[in-house]
Design a protein around this ligand. Structure first.
Ligand code: G6P
Length: 364
């Protein structure tokens, strides 16, 4: 099928702009206010089975792996089930111990990525239960999985993923809430998360309005040789995804680090020529994150913060609206999609088709 750009200069810009509607779609028809939970009809997992899950392992590649990392955090905090994410290709080749009490979740926009599909097939061959979190309806991974959820982002044409990433993370929030309410998440917390979810489309709309400000910033960073992205706990996968987006489309070298690990190595790199983008949410780790900004500033590093309030140590803060702590990572990634976009644009890159990359890698 071919899709038009609907007045945008690139598919990436169109897809970034579509996020309020896309998030609306992944929520639609799933929220149950009476029991403060969500209905996920395609999971094929009854509450009794859901209670027996001891661990969750999420597998994906590229941006989908990063969405899975945030998903694992959401599941741990809301459902209190130990969860982690791993690149599907790594998992497949290390002869993993496949455990009957673990629920496996394969994440893929296209539903066709070979490394993910092969991991699913290997898991199923060993008798594991595998769910899919997939965008393309009827794709290979969706068909192979025992059940799952569609993320309803709509067609994504740009090679790098934006709206599908956001929708996948929202889908994980729904799954975490669903599992949480079957287990120990209270009605009050369920309500709190539902209210937060409902605020997302409007808040994304608000963030998109800061595009002109981000465009100006991008012009400053467009000449950088390299950039550092830092975040802590929930903010770390946001940093990973933002750094991936920047490298994919601008070809600027970027690396992401947990803010807490700065002092164990990467601090040696900090100097005025290496800008740092810091994720600084207003949560229980705010003071810790501010400490990292101080360490960077003391070494004359330039800092761009994404935060809920202006950060004194930062050279510039992109202020985003506050949601529930658990859902903040969904919003904090969005201005950084625009930062990568406008940096690449200022450098004259072929944004929708970056060199050496393909939208879906269906071979090994
Ligand atoms: C390719 C794309 C990435 C994408 C990854 C996984 O490498 O260039 O943007 O994140 O595949 O794709 P999937 O369709 O499985 O999410």
């Amino acid at each position: 099928a071919s899709y038009d750009m609907g007045g945008h200069d690139t598919f990436m810009h169109k897809e970034i702009s579509e996020q309020p509607d896309a998030v609306d779609r992944v929520l639609r028809g799933r929220i149950d206010d009476r029991f403060s939970t969500v209905h996920l009809g395609g999971l094929n997992l009854d509450p009794r089975e859901a209670r027996t899950i001891r661990r969750i392992k999420i597998l994906g590649c590229g941006t989908s792996y990063h969405a899975g990392l945030i998903g694992a955090g959401l599941i741990e905090s809301m459902a209190r089930i130990p969860a982690d994410a791993e690149p599907a290709s790594e998992f497949r080749y290390r002869n993993p111990v496949v455990d009957p009490d673990t629920l496996y979740i394969a994440v893929s926009q296209s539903g066709e990525t070979y490394d993910v599909l092969a991991a699913v097939q290997e898991l199923k061959r060993k008798g594991a239960r595998v769910l899919g979190v997939v965008n393309v309806v009827g794709s290979a991974i969706a068909r192979e999985a025992d059940g799952g959820m569609y993320v309803h982002a709509g067609p994504e044409v740009c090679v790098v993923s934006t709206k599908c990433f956001t929708n996948t993370v929202v889908a994980f929030a729904l799954l975490a809430l669903h599992l949480g309410r079957i287990r120990d998440l209270s009605v009050t917390d369920g309500k709190r998360i539902i209210e937060g979810l409902r605020k997302l489309p409007g808040q994304i709309e608000e963030i998109l309005k800061s595009e002109d400000e981000i465009k100006k910033l991008a012009k400053e960073y467009a000449g950088a040789q390299s950039m550092m992205f830092i975040g802590r706990v929930r903010g770390y996968p946001v940093a990973l995804e933002a750094s991936l987006k920047l490298k994919e489309i601008s070809y600027i070298h970027a690396e992401a680090y947990p803010a807490s690990e700065l002092k164990h190595g990467p601090l040696a790199l900090i100097e005025p020529a290496l800008p740092t983008v810091a994720i600084v949410p207003d949560d229980d780790l705010l003071e810790k994150n501010r400490g990292a900004l101080e360490e960077i500033k003391a070494r004359s590093g330039r800092i761009l913060a994404v935060a809920h309030q202006p950060q004194e140590k930062a050279d510039h803060t992109i202020v985003v609206p506050k949601n529930e702590d658990e859902l903040d990572p969904i919003l904090m990634g969005i201005p950084l999609q625009l930062l990568a976009y406008h940096t690449a644009l200022a450098m004259g890159r072929d944004i929708d088709k970056p060199r050496n990359l393909a939208k879906s890698v269906t071979v090994e």
